[in-house]
Every structure is written in C-alpha cells, then in structure tokens.
Design a protein around this ligand. Sequence first.
Ligand SMILES: Cc1cc2nc3c(=O)[nH]c(=O)nc-3n(C[C@H](O)[C@H](O)[C@H](O)COP(=O)(O)O)c2cc1C
Length: 502
Amino acid sequence: MKVLGISGSLRNARYGAGSEQLAQELQNLSSETALTEFLQSQTRMCVEDVISAGLNDDIPFDQVYENLQSRSGDKGLSNSEAALAAGLWGAIQEGADIEHVGLAPYFPMNGKKRHLKQLKKIIMESDAFLVSGPVYFGDRGSLIQAFIEFISNDSDLKAHCFGKVYAGIAVGAKRNGGQETQLIYQLIDMCNLNMLAVGNSHKTSAQYGGTVMAGDVGTAWSDQYGLETSIGTGKRLAQVALSREACQSLSLKDRAKIGIWLVQDSSDHRGLAKINEWIDEHGRNDVDYQVLDLTHQEIYRCIACDLCPTHHAPADEYACIIKTGKDFFVRHHADLVSVDAILLAAYSPIDRQDVTSVYQQFMERSRYLRRGNYLLGDRLVAPLVITELNANQNLHIRMLTSLIRHHTIVHHPLIAVENEGEIINESFLLDQLDNFAREAIEITKSRLSRDPQHSDTWYNPIGYLISNERNQEDRRQGVLTKVFDEHQVVLTKEKSRRIAAK
Ligand SMILES: Cc1cc2nc3c(=O)[nH]c(=O)nc-3n(C[C@H](O)[C@H](O)[C@H](O)COP(=O)(O)O)c2cc1C
C-alpha cells in the first residue's frame, strides 16, 4: 500500500530524483527527534538557497525566484513540504510505502501544464493521498486547485481515486490563518471525488488534518505541535488505508448496521417518509438500516461539564451527567454505539417555520461519546440531507466538520435536492446511498480486522487541564488500563463473531 505525498507550493524544493531521495531519507529516520533535526536542517537549506539566489543582493524577488529555478531539486524543504515530510514519516511508522511528488514542475508559474502523463502515472500507482500546501487567502493555492481539476477532468484518474483514502495538511503564516478552512474545503472536494477522508489522529484530538504555523521560508520545523498534527495525519491515513487493504480477504458474517439518525424534519415527516421509501425500495440485503427518528425525542442541551465523560467506562455504559430518563441519549446510548456506519439525516425546506430540528443539541451532546475514547470512531459517516432548492442551510458541511471529530471516516455527502415536491437528483442520490452501504461493509471489516491490541484510540484532552489531571489519576489507579483491557476483550469477541476468511 503506497501513500503518495503531494506538495502544492511554488516554493517546493524537491522534485524528480530529489523526491525519491526524500522518501529514502525519511525511511532512514529512526525517531521523532531525528525527524525534527532533519526538518530543521532541510528547511534552513531553503533559506540558504534564497540567499545564494540573491535575496540579500538588492535584486527584485522575481529575479531571485528565477535564479532558484536552477536548483537541483535534491535538497531542502519548503514549509508545506516539511509538514508533508512529517506526515509521510508518520505513514512509514505505520508500515506504509511512500512516494513524494511536488506539483510545481507540472503546473509551472506560467505557461502550459507539463509532463501530465508522468503525473497521471504516479497517481495511478498510488493507493492513498496526503496533500499538503500553503494557505493562500484562507484556502488552497492554485497548484492544489490544478491538481484537483486534473483528477476531476480525467475519467481514469476519477475511477482510480474512487474509494481511496485522502488526508490533508495546511501550512499558514499565523494562528487562525485559515488552515482549517483550507482543510475543510479540500476535504469536501476530495469527498466529492468519492475519496474517503480522514483527519489527524486521536493523539492530537481528531480534527481536520495537519495544521502548521509558519510564514517565512525555513520556519516550519519550529512548530512542534503543528508537526505532531502532521505526523498524526500521515499515521491515520496509513492506518485506515492499510487496514482497508488487509481486510480484502475477509468477509462479514452478519449484516453491517447503518444507523440513519434523523435530526431535522417537517411536521408531516417528509424526510422520514423519503428515507423509508428509499430503504424499502432500494436498500441492500447485506445491510441492516436502522432508522432512528430523533425529531420527536427530548434532547437536553449540553451543560459543558468540566469533566466529560463523567467517568471512564466501557463502551456500553452511558457516561454523560444528564441522567433523566426522558433524555434521548440516556435511552438510546446502546443503539448509538452499536452501529457500524452513520448517516446523519435531515430534511431542510426553505420554510423553516414548520421544521423540528434537534441537530445542534444532538451534536453537542455527542461530546461524551467523543471524549469517552471515540465511541463512534472508525465508523464510515456521511450527511444525508434532503434539501429544498435554495434552502441553503449548508447542513452537510456542518455535519461533516463535526462528524470527523469523532475520529471517523468521511464519505461523499448524500444530498437530495427537492424542487416543487420532486427530488430532482434521485438516481444520483440512490447510487451514493448504495455506494455508502458497500463501503460501510468494507470499513466495518477493516475496523474489526485490526489487532485489538493496537486499537486503543484514546481521547487526549488537549486544552483541558482538569480532564488531564483526572486522566493522570485514573492512569495511576489503573482505571484507564482496565477500560482498555475490557474494550479489547469486547473487540476480540466481536471480531471472531463477525469476521471470517473468504
Ligand atoms: C498569496 C499568498 C497568500 C497567503 N495567504 C495566507 C493566509 O490566508 N493565511 C496564512 O496564514 N498565511 C498565508 N500566506 C502565507 C503562507 O501560507 C506561508 O508563508 C506558508 O508557510 C508557505 O508555505 P510554503 O513555504 O510551503 O510555500 C499566504 C502567502 C501567499 C504567498
């Protein structure tokens, strides 16, 4: 399984044989300390390069840039390249093969695109994609845009990328520079190309990917936490892609359970009726669709406890402070944690007077599931939104950005567009629904086939001192070990009950 690392900056220093050399250099780094030293020396080489290209010689920067073009491409790393190198190093630690490609030689500053057959070959020979680039105006730069268009406009590439795993890294000059917006837009575009998207790992608390802070040439090495998020992104990408590959020889003995959780609907249950119709008429036999209508359930708002979950507990034990028997989560905890995949569903008409929505309460109350060591983790997820034309609620984007924080795997959003009472893209929607179900089976196999000993996905309470102290105490008392051990026993049993060799 090969992870392709894609650098999207005109400042990139590695290309051609230099890309191959980078892959080899990363293979040879035996520790994170060695990686940091390597990134420091390589990013500094870029500073030396710009100086020797004339930066201090009172010549305009376009002249410096032109001088830089004569570089051999075999040393140095730009900021987003350094972050990518960290991600690729993470992927190697998980056992993936890697390759690096810089986009600048293919999409030059001006003039025609070049050597596209070669780029196509590189993409076609890769199994997972880690894309890193600078933040430009809170979004990606034009090289990554050209890369996305290149895939979108080529049917072979589109077919090859279908179902492949993607993750992103963004490097911006400042905190809040737009790293997250860039990653979110890119995630949506990659999902729309039918790739499966993942974020960074649980160690840096499962967000949208790698986010590094670096402005001037040669500075990315110093953002240690940013590089941690990048390493974690590469690791997560490799884990998901490797386990997906490893489960090809396995089959699922029972049916994958897809939870369809309806969080917004009209008073005449239009959304529920449509969803039931689609399942009845087009559902797959090898999948168990479990529709939960939450819109008439009482969902208490999150009171933002200082300690969430209330205690470290086995997955089947409810651990939120809200205990009233009327509350949806109290009553349905077992249903929520027992699914293999999640479609978060909503009906979104223009006129919202007649709509009941529990979406936001639902999402905020799911905090205890996330902080209870990602009880929905490694599930395939997607929004299923039936939206009236011009309703423009953007629910699918909000759902994606919240769902990925449950350490999940994101599928193409399922969006049905309604106009004058008719769903105008129904066949496209049904294809996506079918694809989601097929992919849910694969992802379930890969989740269950992983060695339970190595599936300790724990929640790291970054930014929460009180939770950290509690965790340390629980670790000392052996509470965390006990919960993990019990979890592994449950997983081992589930694996032998549900997975078989083909
Ligand atoms: C056209 C342009 C737009 C930029 N926009 C942003 C921005 O919106 N937010 C930010 O934090 N940094 C921004 N930057 C800074 C770059 O993201 C930053 O310098 C980054 O480290 C470059 O990575 P590279 O060395 O791999 O090219 C911008 C830089 C350029 C040239």
